[in-house]
Design a protein around this ligand. Structure first.
Ligand SMILES: Cc1ncc(COP(=O)(O)O)c(C=O)c1O
Length: 402
């Protein structure tokens, strides 16, 4: 067999995928798995929106199955621009400053390809989204990172940012965070934009969870002075419209950047799915997004509370923040891992196999660490959340650690 590319051989499979595959294997065997591993919404999408989409698909099969425009349907871009204005007050030209993509994932890839060359570096605020680590490797982009700590509400250290931003071409970060769920503070957000303006760096700002809030609201770093030149926003419809399988997201910001990004998009995937764009248009045009969020946020809040209280009750040595947004708890369980003499990956696998509770090891989000696990709290109802965390305690009791 001929050799494979260096870029694939140096990139390891994320522990994230290993646990997802294990959960699937157990489910296929008929095991009732308590799922804390998936990064996806826990309740189905808005049914009215799906009914209207099905009707459109049947009535206009040719139009809904054809290629869509490379930048995305003009009407969808208009609706996105209105949506941004409504929530942030920021005016965005739908023709020049918005690019519809295949999920936030493609928006991340395109933004890296557009803003950075092979050999450039990017600054990450770790622990951070597992895809950033592998994707940068695949693209030949180097990494600097500033580590965020649970004891400091997972806020990045300003001194670290000031030092490391000079060594990179861009900062790539998410708020609310995955896996930490932390919301970037206004002070750090402003500092990042100021530094990016002063040093001529891109800020690739991933706001996939911007509507998933339980207390407070999204920090729009795009409104700080100079942000229009430096901040490129990465967005997703996977979480707020609960349609991750439809694979739809968008990039918005600086006109020249979006122009070049549109060129990249044309070569990479031609266009985002036609039918998915129709669904997003239905959601936004009819106000279904708001109606859906009004339904699900109170339930997600109940689940957040159940998960937080259960970890406090059953795993008292874990250190964690109570998320104000997002979908994840990210407890530091180093106390238990030390006593178990296990890595986070070994622990996550063993609990999955023995207790049928699946969560993700923290090293998927900060390679080389052995401290955290990620627990998705939106995917199970409160009783099963409590049961799942209790089973983790049972495991630790059986191992003689508690
Ligand atoms: C921070 C962050 N950005 C982007 C994405 C990708 O989302 P999409 O499904 O839109 O590709 C995710 C998915 O979990 C995420 O957590």
């Amino acid at each position: 067999m001929p050799s494979l590319s260096k870029r694939v051989t140096i990139t390891e499979t994320s522990p994230h995928r290993v646990l997802v595959d294990l959960a699937l294997e157990l489910k296929l065997k008929g095991v009732d798995v308590i799922s804390f591993h998936a990064g996806q919404p826990g309740l189905p999408p808005y049914s009215e929106a799906l009914k209207e989409l099905a009707k459109t698909l049947l009535e206009k099969p040719f139009q809904t199955s054809s290629y869509a425009p490379s930048r995305g349907y003009p009407r969808l871009r208009e609706l996105i621009s209105e949506d941004i204005k409504k929530y942030s007050g920021i005016s965005v030209d739908p023709e020049k400053q918005v690019l519809v993509t295949i999920g936030g994932a493609e928006a991340i890839t395109i933004s890296l390809l557009t803003g950075l060359d092979h050999g450039d570096k990017v600054l990450l605020l770790a622990p951070t989204y597992s895809v950033y680590w592998g994707l940068t490797k695949l693209l030949g982009v180097g990494i600097e990172y500033c580590e965020q700590d649970v004891n400091n509400d997972f806020q990045p250290d300003p001194e670290c940012i000031k030092e490391k931003i000079t060594r990179v071409k861009a900062v790539l970060f998410e708020s609310p965070g995955n896996p930490t769920s932390r919301v970037i503070s206004e002070e750090i957000g402003k500092l990042l934009v100021d530094l990016a303006v002063d040093h001529g760096k891109w800020i690739l700002f991933d706001e996939a969870y911007k509507h998933i809030y339980y207390e407070g609201s999204h920090v729009w770093i795009q409104k700080y002075p100079g942000a229009e030149e430096t901040v490129i926003s990465i967005d997703s419809f996977s979480k707020d419209l609960a349609i991750p399988g439809f694979r739809l997201g968008y990039l918005w910001g600086n006109e020249e950047f979006i122009n070049q990004a549109a060129k990249v998009k044309g070569y990479l995937s031609i266009s985002a799915s036609n039918i998915s764009q129709k669904l997003a248009m239905i959601y936004l045009e009819k106000g279904y997004k708001e109606k859906y969020l009004e339904q699900v946020i109170p339930e997600y809040r109940r689940r957040r509370d159940a998960a937080y209280n259960a970890v406090k009750k059953y795993l008292p040595e874990a250190k964690l923040i109570k998320p104000r947004a997002g979908m994840y708890l990210f407890p530091d369980i180093s106390y238990y891992l030390r006593k178990l003499r296990m890595t986070d990956v070994e622990f996550a696998k063993d609990v999955a196999l023995k207790k049928h509770v699946v969560f993700l090891p923290g090293s998927a989000f900060l390679p080389g660490t052995n401290r955290y696990v990620r627990i998705t709290f939106v995917t199970e109802p409160p009783e099963r959340i409590e049961e799942g965390i209790k089973r983790v305690r049972d495991y630790l009791v059986e191992k003689g650690v508690i």
